[in-house]
Design a protein around this ligand. Sequence first.
Ligand SMILES: NC(=O)c1ccc[n+]([C@@H]2O[C@H](COP(=O)([O-])OP(=O)(O)OC[C@H]3O[C@@H](n4cnc5c(N)ncnc54)[C@H](OP(=O)(O)O)[C@@H]3O)[C@@H](O)[C@H]2O)c1
Length: 287
Amino acid sequence: MSDKKLEDAVPDAPRHVLRDGTKIPQLGLGTYPMDDTEAEALIPEALWRGYRLVDTAVNYGNELGVGRGIKASEINRDDIFLTTKLPGRDHGTDSVRRSLEGSLERLGTDHVDLYLIHWPNPSVDRYVESWQTMIELRDQGLAKSIGVSNFLPEHLLRLERETGEMPVINQVELHPQYQQELLREFHAEHKIVTEAWSPLGRKTDILQHEWIADIARKQGRTPAQVILRWHIQSNILPIPKTSNVTRMAENLDVFDWDLTDEQMRRLKMLHTGLSGSGFDPNEHEEL
Ligand SMILES: NC(=O)c1ccc[n+]([C@@H]2O[C@H](COP(=O)([O-])OP(=O)(O)OC[C@H]3O[C@@H](n4cnc5c(N)ncnc54)[C@H](OP(=O)(O)O)[C@@H]3O)[C@@H](O)[C@H]2O)c1
């Protein structure tokens, strides 16, 4: 298949509208743990298959490869929604600007579409001043939208209290085994989009669960598609990672069919409250 045909083969994912008016695809590609070489080769493959949202971070060590892959795809930069994240070691009023400028240089672009604080690192207690600088960087056009990752309601409320501005998105671990219902309700009340990392439950056995296999059989779909469709119907934005081009297309093919209400009810019952990572945002220190 030629590249042009690949580009035509899968329609772009539909979009959520963030509170700031920005449109973001309803499903994206995760890039951890791709290295630069892998990312450079795989990002064009994903973009040609219809992905328009790419999720990276300073701490993935692949921003250079992601940027090169975007260029190599020859798809217009304005049509791509690019996310990167501020690492813990760069929290602080002055270091945030330096950190984002470094990311932009590696990514080969003059702005990111979404800039996230990777973890709150509350024991360091510099996420509020970092957020204040991110507001300024957003206002200067270096990031179109700003948000956070792994924040709890208490962290989000503190941002609003001390800076007057809530994030438009919170990227958190979320999959059928760990459904984060209370956090999602809080997000909905505050018009924060819930973005799911480990949406397929990496480090859990959820992809192998017999109920998911059963629903997949009945739908003529794969277990991964069932889980990703559950995210879409639950108004959650998943960013599954795959380095396999066949799975790239499989994971994006979740927009023109529905799980039944009964299937959604069964999937809701898979929640055990057990996170795959075991990371507690109040204690985890992202360096
Ligand atoms: N903000 C944060 O703190 C944070 C933390 C972790 C991750 N993230 C982001 O979230 C992204 C996704 O999370 P994740 O990588 O932890 O987990 P994930 O997307 O739930 O799972 C990825 C794993 O599932 C496999 N996989 C993908 N598609 C599949 C399919 N259709 N069938 C079977 N297996 C499939 C992948 O293997 P193959 O590659 O071999 O297909 C990989 O091993 C990351 O890449 C990263 O961008 C953010």
